[in-house]
Every structure is written in C-alpha cells, then in structure tokens.
Ligand binder design. Structure first.
Ligand code: PEP
Ligand code: MN
Length: 339
C-alpha cells in the first residue's frame, strides 16, 4: 500500500501519517519527490483501516498493492489448487475438465436415476441436483428436502458420480454435507457470511457461485470466508450476472476465466444454464468456456424439460448433452486439456 500526499503537505502532515501507519503495525518508507511525497507501507495491510489514513490531512489517495483477499490469492499460493471430488476422487483444477450435470431440482427417484445414468454414460464426473431449492417465488417447487438427499445418495451408489447439491440455509448444512461430495453455495447466498463460515467447517469441498451482482473482489472475499474457516477445497462457479440485457436470463461473463486465473489458484467452473436461461444457447457457451480455459462446467440436464419442476427452459435433454460432450472433448484436446 502506498499513501500519496497532496502537493504542499508539510513535514507535520507527513509525520502524522507515519504515526498512523506505525499504529497499524506497519513500517514506513518515506519518499520525497520534487512536488509530492509518497509513503510506502511495509507489512500486512489487510488489517489496516484504510479510511483512517485516507481521511488524514493532506492525504490525496491510497494505492493498494496487494489484493484484499489473501488465502485465495496467487500472491500467497502460486501452484494451482486441485479439488478431488466424489468417491472416485475426480480432480477439478488440473488438466482434466470436470463436467457436472443433472437436473436443477431432484424431483423423484425415476427422474434422478435416469438423468444420472445418462450423464455418467456421456462422461460427466458429477451429478448436480438441488434437494433444497432457493426459488424466487415462495409458491414455486421448493425441493424434496431430506428425501431428495436420500435419492442423491442412491444415485451416487448407482453411478459413482460425485454429488453436488446446495445448502440454502444454516439449518441444513450438516444434513447436506453428510450426503454431498461438494456443497453448493448458491448465487443468492454468496454474501451470507455465517453460511460461508459453516461451509468452511463442513468437511466437504465447496462450490461457490458468484452472486448476480457481485464483483470479482467480493466473490474472492466470499471464498476467503470459507478458506479462513478452515476449508481450502473451494471451486468458484460463474453463473451469469444481472445486466440490462433481457435476451438472456443472466449475462454469462466468460472473461472471468482469464481474470480469475490471474488472481486466484482456485479452480473455476462455468454454469451456462443459469448463465443464459435458454437450452439452445448452452452448447455454444460450454464450447466457449472450455476453449477459454474453464476447469469445469455445471450443466442442467432433464429427461423431460417440458415437464421439469424448475428451470426446464434451460435444461438440455440427455441426447443433446451426450452429443455436446463429444464436441467438448475435441475442443478440450485442442487446448491441451481432457474431458
Ligand atoms: C442452481 O444451481 O440450480 C441454482 C439455484 O443456481 P444459482 O444459485 O446460480 O441461481
Ligand atoms: Mn436451476
């Protein structure tokens, strides 16, 4: 962090800032330029109340040097994190691109097992499906709850797929973490800090979706809550953000892939189902995500989208999914990855 003083700052102003910097446990290095003075601060600046220094007399601005997040940052860990998921310990974040697919919501035994078997046969490593659903309307299907969790367990036993399912509240965390191989924290809950801390203590890898209006720094700071609570197994998932556009449900921000790679060692996966809202757009966005360096995909698949209890419009049929996987394998190979 560098404190830039205004032109004309007196020695008294400078010493006042130096004293504040020392109060925060940092060391100062004062550099006198021809028309202004800057103070470089050395030490861990994350605990510093920057406002206190910014408000001091004759301070022009503060320029941060390090990212505000710590454990998620490449400044702290340069090697990329691989998260092993499910009974077969599929790695996410290495050379292999992990595809996680399944219905938006667990609706019943027949539906879940049918879709699970189809996506496993096409090369998915994980089965997604909400037992607890965060729905915009309280009158929409809210999920099967505990019964849904039991069905997910059965589907894992039948297919060997890693189960990815959401905890929408603190009260479900234990039950969800017991069954899930990856606990999903949904977009709406990205800034539910007590839930993030609970995910940090749940003992399972966590898939953290980006909030619909969250900036990258806020998202990475949300990760920091999970890691800081003791869980380093975090996968980031872009699922589209809210913009003025209405030809899509959300605007899928694929540029987060290179942006996150620069900032964090954590794996990044893309959810083009919520990121577009339209099934016909999903295959091309999956292709783009793989080409751009995504570590995985989260895709909604339903055997009968027209009668799905949630998100049918964005769900692929198993046939379309299987066809798409063939193309994705070729694209992955072209960019030095594997599916
Ligand atoms: C989901 O994955 O079904 C879901 C509810 O996603 P999001 O939190 O991204 O809206
Ligand atoms: Mn959904």
């Amino acid at each position: 962090m560098i404190v830039v003083m205004k032109p004309g700052a007196t020695e008294k102003d400078i010493q006042h800032v130096v004293a504040l910097v020392r109060d925060f446990g940092l060391k100062e290095h004062v550099i006198h330029g021809t028309d202004r003075t800057v103070i470089a601060c050395i030490g861990d600046k994350r605990m510093v109340d920057k406002g206190a220094i910014e408000n001091a007399p004759m301070v022009e601005k503060i320029v941060p040097i390090l990212a505000p997040y710590k454990m998620a940052s490449v400044e702290v860990k340069r090697t990329r994190t691989e998260v092993a998921i499910g009974p077969k310990k599929f790695p996410v974040g290495g050379k292999k691109i992990g595809v996680i697919a399944g219905p938006c919501a667990v609706e019943g035994r027949d539906q879940l097992l049918r879709v699970a078997e189809a996506v496993a046969a096409a090369g998915a490593i994980g089965l997604r499906g909400g037992a607890y659903k965060p729905r915009t309307s309280p009158y929409s299907f809210q999920g099967l709850g505990e019964e849904g969790l039991k069905l997910l367990e059965e589907a894992r036993n039948a297919t060997g797929l890693a189960i990815v399912t959401e905890a929408t509240g603190l009260e479900q965390m234990d039950a969800v973490a017991e069954v899930a191989d990856v606990v999903q924290i949904g977009a709406r809950n990205m800034q539910h800090y007590p839930l993030l801390e609970a995910a940090g203590k749940c003992g399972k890898p966590v898939l953290l979706k980006r909030g619909p209006s969250a900036k990258i720094d806020e998202w990475l700071l949300a990760c920091e809550y999970v890691i800081n609570a003791g869980n380093h197994q975090v996968i980031l998932c872009e699922r589209g953000i809210r913009t003025f556009e209405n030809y899509v449900r959300n605007t899928l921000a694929l540029a987060v892939i290179p942006a996150l790679r620069e900032r964090t060692h954590l794996p990044v996966i893309i959810d083009p189902s919520h990121g577009t809202g339209h099934a016909h757009m999903v295959p091309s966005m999956c292709q783009a995500a793989v080409a751009a360096g995504a570590d995985g995909l989260l895709i909604e698949v339903h055997h009968d989208p027209e009668h799905a209890l949630s998100d049918g419009a964005q769900s692929l049929t198993p046939d379309v999914f299987a066809e798409m996987m063939k193309t994705l394998k070729r694209i992955a190979n072209a960019v030095g990855r594997e599916i």
